[in-house]
Design a protein around this ligand. Structure first.
Ligand code: GLN
Length: 452
């Protein structure tokens, strides 16, 4: 009913691309019957969840926000979806996103933008704006997102929700349509820190279908959230990730969070990560490079739509060309072109190779920082939600939103965003980001629970 009331129409939130009412209600009814029969069920059994439409689901369409996959149905469930079903969580439907998760505003969706429930003229962040908006608008208590360069955390920040990018490998990527495989990670979106902890425990763990998946990064999370204690912990403020370029109201809420942690017994120190200034540049070479390769499979033969050239010979190259020209949006094309350029012979060392070296430097910055502190803290995004259309024609301005979230993806470390209050200037939500060493996801929940 709530989805029906707020999601549709010209000025609705438009968090969902597909709603799965019948199946969700059937799962809920089954959970009620089992509870009535005193069956022991998972703590989250019967709690409905929305799934980002980059994650494949049997029996429901998966579009990745692209025309090229319109009408396509996956023959299998992603591992995380299998786990949701095993926990008997009703899947409410599939949420909107920037096409193939490329963007920071959800305006690059081929199916129209999602609106921020706090102000319908503003963006809900991206690429997972649909999942964040669904949770913020009380359309779903939980959602799944994917985070390659902030797509769970930045939408979380601008919609006042909690979002977590687990350690790379903590959650299986099997069935998440790959954007940049060395950066992609599935994670929870929720209203409280404990809810995200419970959800990561459901979806996490080793999966033989994903050779990069870990066994031990998604355990003890709910216990850590319930403990919520920072006494004696050292928390590092990343010098390079606040101050100049960050909105005043974001800085104010950030400083208050530091006070709160101090009051709860943490020691706050400043740490420098001198190479973080190069993270954005490295990311916007590595990500398009991997994406250009991953997206080669959308060729008009194997998946989804096929467009025939209107004139000339009907060769396979020309069918692929016509399909990709019609099926991909501008941002996806821009990144495929950037990525193929960065990977091409003669340029590889100068662009892709250099970016990989920068990536190593970022990893070293994190390693050095975590020798001094237990957890790092920064604002999640430099500003609150901007207006729809404001940055659409300026890709570089759009990319700058990701300045604080990207380092974690490049290093594979976990990151959590939680609401830090409302900015003085505009009354919109501000996100606070916590970062921990790889496999120490529990630390984020422990500290996060103190801050919320
Ligand atoms: N804003 C990032 C980008 O456009 C988000 C990527 C992501 O996390 N999916 O690349």
């Amino acid at each position: 009913d709530r989805i029906g009331a707020v999601d549709g129409g010209d000025s609705g939130v438009h968090a969902f691309l597909h709603v799965n009412t019948e199946e969700a209600l059937a799962v809920a009814a089954d959970v009620d019957a089992r509870r009535a029969a005193c069956e022991q069920l998972h703590e989250l059994a019967g709690v409905p969840i929305a799934v980002k439409d980059l994650i494949v689901t049997r029996g429901q369409p998966t579009t990745a926000g692209s025309k090229i996959l319109e009408g396509w149905m996956s023959p299998y469930d992603a591992t995380v979806v299998k786990k949701l079903r095993a926990a008997r969580m009703p899947i409410l439907g599939k949420t909107n996103l920037d096409e193939f998760a490329m963007g920071s505003s959800t305006e690059h969706s081929a199916y129209g933008p999602t609106r921020n429930p706090w102000d319908l003229d503003r963006i809900p962040g991206g690429s997972g704006g649909g999942s964040a908006a669904a949770v913020a608008a009380f359309e779903a208590p939980l959602a799944l997102g994917t985070d390659t360069g902030g797509s769970i955390r930045q939408p979380g920040a601008v919609t006042g929700t909690v979002g977590v990018k687990p350690t790379y490998g903590a959650v299986s990527r099997y069935g998440a349509i790959a954007m940049a495989s060395s950066l992609d990670q599935i994670g929870p979106v929720s209203r409280t820190v404990l809810d995200s902890a419970l959800l990561q425990e459901v979806i996490g763990g080793h999966d033989p279908q994903d050779s990069t998946s870990l066994t031990d990064a998604s355990t003890g999370l709910a216990a850590a959230a319930r403990l919520g204690n920072v006494k004696g912990m050292k928390i590092g403020v990343i010098k390079e990730l606040h101050g100049e370029g960050y909105q005043g109201g974001v800085e104010n809420r950030f400083n208050e969070s530091l006070e709160l942690l101090r009051g709860a017994g943490a020691e706050i120190v400043e740490v420098s990560c001198p190479n973080f200034g190069y993270a954005l540049g490295a990311y916007y070479l590595i990500m398009p490079s991997e994406a250009s390769s991953n997206l080669a499979k959308f060729d008009g033969v194997r998946f989804g739509m096929r467009t025939l050239p209107t004139e000339g010979p009907l060769t396979i190259e020309r069918v692929m060309g016509a399909t990709r020209a019609a099926g991909f949006g501008d941002e996806v094309k821009r990144r495929i072109i950037l990525g193929t350029y960065a990977l091409s012979a003669g340029y590889y060392d100068a662009y892709y190779g250099s970016a990989q070296k920068v990536r190593t430097l970022i990893q070293r910055d994190f390693a050095a920082a975590f020798e001094q502190v237990d957890v790092l803290i920064s604002p999640t995004a430099p500003t609150t939600a901007f207006k729809l259309g404001e940055k659409l024609s300026d890709p570089l301005a759009m990319y700058l939103n990701d300045v604080a979230t990207i380092p974690a993806n490049l290093a594979g470390v976990p990151g959590l965003t939680l609401p830090g209050g409302l900015a003085d200037e505009d009354g919109l939500p501000v996100g606070i980001q916590l970062l921990a060493p790889a496999r120490e996801d529990a630390r984020l929940y422990r500290v996060g629970a103190v801050l919320e």
